[in-house]
Design a protein around this ligand. Structure first.
Ligand code: ZN
Length: 107
């Protein structure tokens, strides 16, 4: 379950576990602009991904119990929201053969 939206400057206040997970960045606090994941540490990944000057104002996040779980959720939200800032389908980590769980997707 995604929780948020929270202000992008408050990641460390809300993402307090060192955990894999998935996140969504937003420019208006309402719609998804970008979906991403971390296989190891969501709290480090979100600020790196949001960067500076890219216009992201807020985020949602969800912990997962594994990197594969993070990939699965990332795919789910990628297909659900079709975020404009995701140029390509989520990639699997090198050396894994995970499949996208979305019906009709052959990735
Ligand atoms: Zn897919």
């Amino acid at each position: 379950m995604l929780i948020g939206p929270y202000n992008i400057s408050d990641v460390s206040s809300y993402v307090r576990q060192t955990s894999p997970g998935v996140y969504i960045l937003s420019k208006d606090g309402k719609s998804a602009a970008y979906v991403g994941r971390s296989d190891t540490d969501l709290a480090t990944r979100i600020p790196q991904s949001a960067g500076e000057g890219r216009g992201y104002t807020s985020f949602w996040f969800e912990y997962t119990s594994s990197a594969q779980g993070a990939y699965s959720k990332e795919c789910e939200y990628f297909h659900k929201y079709n975020p404009p800032d995701n140029g390509v389908h989520p990639a699997v980590p090198q050396g894994t053969y995970w499949r996208c769980p979305a019906v009709g997707c052959n990735r």
